[in-house]
Design a binder for this molecule. Structure first.
Ligand code: CO
Length: 135
């Protein structure tokens, strides 16, 4: 069921500084910042040969990563995202295995315009997991 690692998302307190580290120090291809108001984040995509890193910064007062950064002021790994072929089949299989799907259990449109779901960190060794349906 699980496919490739789609991205690792890292919450950062200073988006420009984090982007500069990946671009200038590590030599990665880094996108311009993109505001995603419906997700409460501004994101910079870092393209690596085998996956992506997403640098997340809070956008607005209700940002889902605001509390995370309060607890992790230097930033930190926020979630991992894995490709799946069929997100409804993946959700049903995970639920049948007793894994908790966050929110109302219906896929939302993620940062790449594809359907995503998030899974409870307590069911995945303390790691927030996203599954993303790739065409
Ligand atoms: Co993500």
């Amino acid at each position: 069921m699980i496919g490739r690692l789609n991205h690792v998302a890292i919450a950062v307190p200073d988006l420009a500084a984090a982007a500069a580290t990946y671009r200038d120090t590590l030599g990665a291809k880094v996108s311009a910042p993109m505001d995603l108001p419906e997700h409460g984040v501004t994101v910079v995509f870092v393209e690596l040969p085998n996956t992506k890193i997403e640098l997340l910064h809070p956008l607005g007062d209700n940002s889902p990563i605001k509390k995370f950064l309060e607890s992790n002021p230097a930033g930190g790994v926020h979630h991992l995202s894995f490709d799946v072929d069929d997100i409804i089949a993946a959700r049903d299989r995970l639920k049948a295995a007793g894994k908790r799907v966050l929110g109302d259990g219906e896929p939302k449109t993620g940062a790449h315009g594809t359907p995503v779901l998030f899974l409870h960190p307590k069911d995945f060794n303390g790691t927030l997991v996203e599954v993303e349906e790739v065409a």
